[in-house]
Structures are given as C-alpha cells and as structure tokens.
Design a protein around this ligand. Sequence first.
Ligand code: SF4
Length: 194
Amino acid sequence: MKETKIASLTKALDKAASIDEKRLAHEIRAIGFACRNCAQCCRAEYGDNTVFIFPFEIRRICEKTGLVREDFVIPAPSEDRDSEGNIHTFEWVLRKNGDCIFLKKGLCRIYECRPYICKTYPFYLMDGRLMASECMGLGGAINYEESMKLARLLKERCIAEIKESILLLEKFNGFKPGGKGNICVHDSDGEHWI
Ligand code: SF4
C-alpha cells in the first residue's frame, strides 16, 4: 500500500518536473495578476487565511528570524485519532491571531522567507492545471518576467509538495499512541509529539 502510494507520487514527481514554465507563465498572463498590496490574503476578515507550511520552510524562518518552531506554527487541525484518543495530523500551519501573526501594519515581517503558498498566491496547481483563488489583484497587468517568476515558483512548490509527501510516507509508521503529548504531527522529518 505504502509502496504503491510512493510509486504513484514518484510518477507525479516526474510529471511535475516536466511542467512547461513558459506555458504556465502564458496562462498566468492570460488570467492577469497585479498584487495590490492589500494583504487581504493574510487577514482573517476576508476568508480563510490558513497558511500551510513545509518543514524546510519552517527551518528557513527559524534561521532567518531566530524564532523557534513553536513560536509561529501549530499542528493543522485533524480528526484522526489513535486508540488512546491522541490526535494525528500531517501538516503544520502558521499561527494566527485572527490575522497571520507575521502581518504587522499591513506588511509581512518575513517577506523574504515567507512560505511558497504566500509567494504564489493567488495561484496554485491542481494536477498540473493552473488554478486561482479569489483575489483583488486578478486581472491586473503582469509582465513576462514576473509571470515567469511566478510560474517557476509554482513549479517549485508543486515539486516540493510531492517530495515532502514521499519523505513523509517513507517515515510514516501508522498512528501509534504512547508519545510525549497528545497531538502528533507526522512530517518529512518524522514524528513530533506536542
Ligand atoms: S507569512 Fe506573510 S505573506 Fe504569508 S500570510 Fe503571513 S503575513 Fe501574509
């Protein structure tokens, strides 16, 4: 079962590696996008501002800011429980204080090392297809260089997601109780009991 999933993810990785950035950039230009710096995607009042974050992105933010993981991420909500009732989840999300905790006076305090999901907003790829979330900047003018930059980031994000999933699966050994805590995050680094 695990091997089958890893094999299928490996195929998806090959497919992601062959994503044509120029085609993607062309599609981005056809939709149009110009960030208005409104920070609505970071704020609570405009909808779901949950930011999922990879372990390597967490490490990068720790290095750049001196913060520790617990300062700025929490386990993603999950309904999965083991036989002792401990919760198991597979993702981390940025802490929120309503708005994202890194949003200060309308600006991102970690702009240079913000997660992929923020760097590529409002776009994402689903099965290789370009999708766009709701955003006031959609339809705006975007030049060739900016569209290529976004296309490259989207491809990188897609590859990173698949690689993380493969590493996670390789390390995952089921929902075993007995850890020090009652929430367990399974990620590409292994198990983290909180
Ligand atoms: S990390 Fe920065 S860009 Fe991402 S939601 Fe938070 S404030 Fe916004």
